[in-house]
Design a binder for this molecule. Structure first.
Ligand code: MN3
Length: 199
């Protein structure tokens, strides 16, 4: 059973004007498809080919001779989650249980948003900004390139892709504006709350 490209959970133009159809065609149909193709090629005739993407990540983290496999599996996991973190007409009210947990662990929703924004803004080069559950507490973190919290025992609740391919068509160099749009107009709080409830 080969690794497959998960379908985009909404139409390509559903996130406009914050993320364009062109961006999603490139990001999902080209970038993510390439990671899927690469992972299939790299794991061909290997026991890794029969594992889930998550288990491939966990089996290859920190292994120098499997860095390419880790990178492609990590990128598939991170992208599937990123696309599932957004929805048309996103943003808005945060479900009560998630809001209460954000206030408990960050002091306020505004403090969480500022921490998440700063994580995305200060990730040097390519990477990801995360809200994770770590030891029962929510925290913000960032990872470079294909690295992912699931390789380090943390449970992802929310992620924003800050590789340039995620925003350059729509925002050019303005990563801060993309992060603002993600938190105010794109994020699917209900999905984040469901991940927290299931953790
Ligand atoms: Mn990407």
């Amino acid at each position: 059973m080969a690794f497959e490209l998960a379908p985009l959970p909404y139409a390509h133009d559903a996130l406009e004007p914050h993320t364009s159809s062109q961006t999603l065609h490139l990001h999902h149909g080209k970038h993510l498809q390439t990671y899927v193709t690469n992972l299939n090629n790299l794991t061909k005739d290997s026991p890794l080919a029969s594992l889930s993407v998550v288990d491939v990540v966990k089996a290859t983290v920190g292994k120098a001779d499997q860095q390419g496999i880790f990178n492609n599996a990590g990128q598939i996991y991170n992208h599937d989650l990123f696309f599932a973190c957004m929805k048309p007409n996103g943003g808005g009210a945060i479900p009560a249980a998630l809001e209460a947990k954000l206030i408990a662990d960050f002091g306020s929703v505004a403090a969480f948003k500022e921490a998440f924004h700063q994580a995305g803004l200060t990730q040097f080069g390519s990477g990801w900004a995360w809200l994770v559950l770590d030891g029962g507490k929510l925290s913000v973190t960032k990872t470079g390139n294909a690295d992912t919290p699931i390789a380090h025992g943390k449970t992802p609740i929310l992620v924003c892709d800050v590789w340039e391919h995620a925003y350059y068509v729509d925002f050019q160099n303005r990563r801060a504006d993309f992060l603002k749009a993600f938190l105010e107009n794109l994020v699917d709080w209900d999905a984040a709350a469901a991940r927290l409830a299931a953790a």
